[in-house]
Ligand binder design. Structure first.
Ligand SMILES: C[S@@+](CC[C@H](N)C(=O)[O-])C[C@H]1O[C@@H](n2cnc3c(N)ncnc32)[C@H](O)[C@@H]1O
Length: 271
């Protein structure tokens, strides 16, 4: 028998108490389908039995969170957007500061953060920082090691491949020259208070499982976390329909800018 509403409510509330993760903020159809799949994997007959198995140890709770996260990524994902990043967005940001503070929010195993670090080093070398955060501890461990698969590397331009990545027995490894820009830490975008003062926030392919209300709240928190003139970069299916109401301006699809007080900026004439 499928779980009843009150079974889900009780499971969510136990998970919130145990880990801080608020499952009410995820789209319910997809979420519940995935949890039912995990119950099968663990041989649990109902949600109560499932909680008895996974609620008992930090390792099991972490397993649940890792499974919940779909952490597909790759280096230079959507290459045309990275060309816009290199040719328009970064020059615009660097016209005001030569020390960019950047954040890859929902970074998975670090492909996006490594991509940005490589472009910065190659084209705009300086004392920039790129922080990656994710809810998935296993993905973050891989991000810290800078390990990538053959598939991850397919969109990396040859000159970047040669300069920043080397072949290993199992795939590819980022060279130490990228490490100086990068830090990775665990965080829940739906629960945390954010640091502020970012020039660039990238949050791509993360919000697809969030409810509309959770997305609005997240984008509003990103707006507050950006410096005036700072830019939010979202995934290629994640247009922000309420961008104007949230205070963002945009010209190039999927890049949203927090306005400089009263000033039009160069990139708005760029496309
Ligand atoms: C598909 S990956 C996106 C990786 C990268 N941004 C990209 O576009 O290639 C989505 C990531 O979002 C993370 N995620 C999901 N919910 C999250 C939350 N509440 N807080 C932080 N990260 C979350 C997942 O763990 C997963 O690694």
């Amino acid at each position: 028998m499928p779980p009843k509403t009150e079974d889900w409510t009780s499971f969510y509330s136990q998970m919130k108490k145990r880990s801080g993760l608020d499952l009410n903020l995820y789209k319910q159809d997809q979420l519940q389908r995935r949890i039912l799949g995990m119950m099968d994997t663990k041989g649990a007959k109902d949600l109560d039995g499932f909680w008895k198995i996974i609620g008992t140890s930090d390792t099991e709770v972490q397993w649940f969170m890792d499974k919940l996260a779909i952490n597909v990524s790759e280096l230079f994902r959507n290459p045309e957007k990275w060309r816009e990043m290199e040719n328009i967005i970064l020059p615009e940001l660097l016209s005001r500061s030569n020390r960019l503070r950047c954040w890859s929010a929902g970074c998975s195993y670090g492909a996006e953060a490594h991509t940005l670090a490589a472009i910065l080093d190659e084209k705009f070398s300086g004392q920039h920082t790129v922080m990656g955060s994710d809810i998935d501890a296993a993905a973050l461990d891989q991000a810290k090691r800078g390990e990538f698969t053959e598939n991850d590397i397919r969109f990396v331009p040859k000159n970047y491949q040669d300069k920043y990545f080397e072949r290993t027995a199992n795939g590819w490894q980022a060279k130490p020259s990228l490490k100086k820009y990068l830090t990775f830490k665990r965080g829940d975008l739906l629960a945390d208070r954010f640091e502020t003062g970012f020039d660039l926030i990238m949050c791509r392919n993360v919000v697809i499982y969030f409810t509309d209300a959770a997305k609005e709240n997240l984008y509003s928190k990103f707006f507050d976390a950006l410096k005036p003139g700072g830019i939010l970069f979202v995934g290629s299916t994640e247009r922000i329909f309420s961008a104007k109401e949230l205070g963002f301006t945009t010209t190039i699809p999927f890049f949203y800018q927090k306005p400089m007080e009263g000033k039009a900026t160069a990139w708005r004439n760029a496309s």
